[in-house]
Every structure is written in structure tokens, then in C-alpha cells.
Design a protein around this ligand. Structure first.
Ligand SMILES: NC(=O)c1ccc[n+]([C@@H]2O[C@H](COP(=O)([O-])OP(=O)(O)OC[C@H]3O[C@@H](n4cnc5c(N)ncnc54)[C@H](O)[C@@H]3O)[C@@H](O)[C@H]2O)c1
Length: 267
């Protein structure tokens, strides 16, 4: 990824989105949105270094059957230290034999319940996985890129709860408002180094994270009525935004959010 190079018309528009030669470190890649993002980036040519606390063998075999390359490592990002973040970033290069230029901070958790009863344990868990781990991984990744004098792209996972308080998800809303602020702060600070930092803000997507939500018939019906596109999102709906933000197609885009929410925030 060379941030300053002019776009040559002979490359054609598709080449703008070509990730051949890239390695992307994707957290929470075993299932849901992270799995779809890892698959999309691999489809666009990137090698994937996948992290999750659970097994990722299905993701690995899907990507390799499609002709791509994916390596995986299990890690609990809830208790991440600066040293272990450094170790994970270096592992992405060692395991793929290719420098990493994309980091997707996707892993996330939610704890539902009224603020009056939110335990400090739940609060700390959500903040650790959704906010502290992305910061530490971004910091380690930027240090790694700086040492190589290399450009890179960081994609953080925001949410409609980065802009709205949500219903009985106080720690989640805090973490998602926080990731928006961190994204803007890092984008400002690292733009001179060619390191872009953006967020994708998914709306209400069909994944394990929202099962409880979708199983509550009354709530689900209310949500569907409020979504202008009148359907839940699918993990694959994020493919275009992820490839765009990872690739040279977004070379002048930093510190911003792409909402992929069927119009939810516009309502
Ligand atoms: N599904 C939605 O509607 C929605 C909407 C907005 C934002 N998001 C965000 O998108 C991201 C992915 O959500 P999802 O819906 O795919 O959720 P999911 O629960 O289906 O998947 C989350 C993944 O993160 C992994 N993970 C959780 N804790 C971890 C830890 N401590 N260490 C390492 N990995 C861990 C899980 O094992 C899982 O594979 C999250 O950041 C979430 O907040 C989701």
C-alpha cells in the first residue's frame, strides 16, 4: 500500500479494490461479521491472519478451498497487554510470511440489562474487549508500521450505538461511542504516517450477537418497522465497506464512519 502514489488509469477501477499482496489481521474472525469481513478481504486477494477466542478451522478451510490463504490463532483479547498486542501483530507477518498492512478490530461482546443493575464485571468485560483491545492492537500495529515506514489501514467496528444510547446496553453504548472517539483521535495523529483509521457502523445484523433481540418477537417487529430497508442486515452486507476501507480505493479517507445499517441512522 503506497498512500502517495497517483492512481494510474491503466490499472482500471477493479484494481483500486485489489488486495493482492496484503495481509489483514482480523479479530473475532470465527463467526458473524468478522468471518464475513475476513472472507471478503480474502476474496479481494488478501492473506488473512485470523484471531478469535474460539476455533476458526471452518473459516480457514473455506478460504483455502476458495484459493486463498488464512492462518489463525486463538487469543482472548479481554485481557490484552501491550506486549501481547505486539506479539499478535508480529505473528500476523510471521504466519503469512508477508507484512501486515490492514488491521480489523472486529471482536466484540454485549451485555444486556438495565443500567441500574449493570455489574462492574460486565462493564469491565465489555470495555476491555470492545475498546481497550482495539486501542492496544492499533497502537501495536502503528508502532509496527512505523518501524517499517509503511502505510496501513485500521478498521474499527462501531455501531448504531456509537450514535444512540440503545435500549439497556449501557456498557456496549459506552464502548461503541468510545471506539468512535479513538478512531478519530488515531486518524488525526497517524495521518501524517499514512496510517488511515476508520470505522464501519453496522446496523442490526443477523448474527449470534443479536439472537436474543431477534427472538423477542415484539422487539424484532418494532426494529423491522424502523429499518428503512425493512430487513435485518446480513454479515455479507459488510463486504463492500470492508474491502473499500482496506484498499487504495479509500486512500484519502480517514477518521470517518461508513454506516451499513439499511438506513437506520438516517431515520
Ligand atoms: N451484529 C450486529 O448487529 C452488530 C451491530 C453493530 C456492531 N456490531 C459489532 O460487530 C462486531 C462483530 O459482531 P458480531 O455480530 O459478528 O458478533 P458475534 O458474537 O457473532 O461474533 C463476535 C466474535 O468475536 C469473538 N470474541 C468475543 N470475545 C472475544 C475475546 N475476548 N477475544 C477474542 N475474540 C472474541 C467471538 O468469539 C466471535 O467470534 C462486534 O464488535 C459488534 O459489536 C455488531
Amino acid at each position: 500500500m503506497v498512500a502517495e502514489e497517483p492512481v494510474r488509469s491503466s490499472r482500471g477501477f477493479a484494481d483500486l479494490f485489489d488486495l493482492t499482496g496484503y495481509t489483514a489481521l482480523v479479530t473475532g474472525a470465527a463467526r458473524g461479521l468478522g468471518r464475513a469481513i475476513a472472507t471478503a478481504l480474502a476474496d479481494a486477494g488478501a492473506q488473512i491472519a485470523a484471531l478469535d477466542v474460539i476455533d476458526m478451522s471452518e473459516l480457514e478451510s473455506d478460504i483455502s478451498e476458495a484459493g486463498g490463504k488464512c492462518v489463525s490463532r486463538t487469543a482472548d483479547l479481554g485481557g490484552l497487554s501491550a506486549d501481547s498486542a505486539n506479539d499478535l501483530v508480529r505473528w500476523a507477518e510471521d504466519a503469512t510470511s508477508n507484512p501486515a498492512t490492514v488491521l480489523v478490530n472486529n471482536a466484540g461482546v454485549i451485555r444486556r440489562g438495565p443500567a441500574l443493575n449493570t455489574s462492574v464485571e460486565d462493564w469491565n468485560t465489555v470495555l476491555a474487549v470492545n475498546l481497550t483491545a482495539p486501542f492496544l492492537l492499533s497502537q501495536a500495529f502503528a508502532q509496527y508500521l512505523r518501524a517499517k515506514d509503511s502505510a496501513g489501514s485500521i478498521i474499527n467496528m462501531a455501531s448504531v450505538n456509537s450514535f444512540q444510547g440503545g435500549v439497556e446496553v449501557p456498557s456496549y453504548a459506552a464502548s461503541k461511542h468510545g471506539i468512535l472517539g479513538v478512531t478519530r483521535a488515531l486518524a488525526n495523529e497517524w495521518a501524517p504516517h499514512g496510517i488511515r483509521v476508520n470505522t464501519i457502523a453496522p446496523g442490526y445484523m443477523s448474527t449470534d450477537l443479536t439472537t436474543a433481540h431477534r427472538n423477542d418477537a415484539e422487539r424484532a417487529a418494532f426494529m423491522l418497522k424502523r429499518i428503512p430497508m425493512a430487513r435485518w442486515g446480513t454479515p455479507e452486507d459488510l463486504a463492500g465497506a470492508a474491502i473499500f476501507l482496506a484498499s487504495d480505493a479509500s486512500r484519502y479517507v480517514t477518521g470517518t464512519t461508513i454506516s451499513v445499517d439499511g438506513g437506520w441512522l438516517a431515520r
